[in-house]
Design a protein around this ligand. Structure first.
Ligand code: SF4
Ligand code: SF4
Length: 57
């Protein structure tokens, strides 16, 4: 399980600034979470203004 960023992402960068591990980076069309390093703290999902970050198993 890991948090995943959906196509709703506006590329605002807030989640990347919020992640304590710094594992969210800017991709071509949206920001991307390194699923192998994510500890599922939920900080990014809570910070996203458009609820584009979902927990998927
Ligand atoms: S906070 Fe939400 S909208 Fe902003 S870059 Fe992250 S996933 Fe995209
Ligand atoms: S759930 Fe936590 S560790 Fe995982 S990407 Fe979001 S802020 Fe980073």
């Amino acid at each position: 399980m890991a948090y995943t960023i959906t196509d709703a992402c506006l590329k605002c960068g807030t989640c990347a600034d919020t992640c304590p591990l710094g594992i969210i980076t800017e991709g071509d069309d949206k920001y991307v979470i390194d699923a192998e390093q994510c500890v599922e703290c939920g900080s990014c999902a809570a910070a996203c203004p458009v609820e584009a970050i979902e927990l998927q198993g």
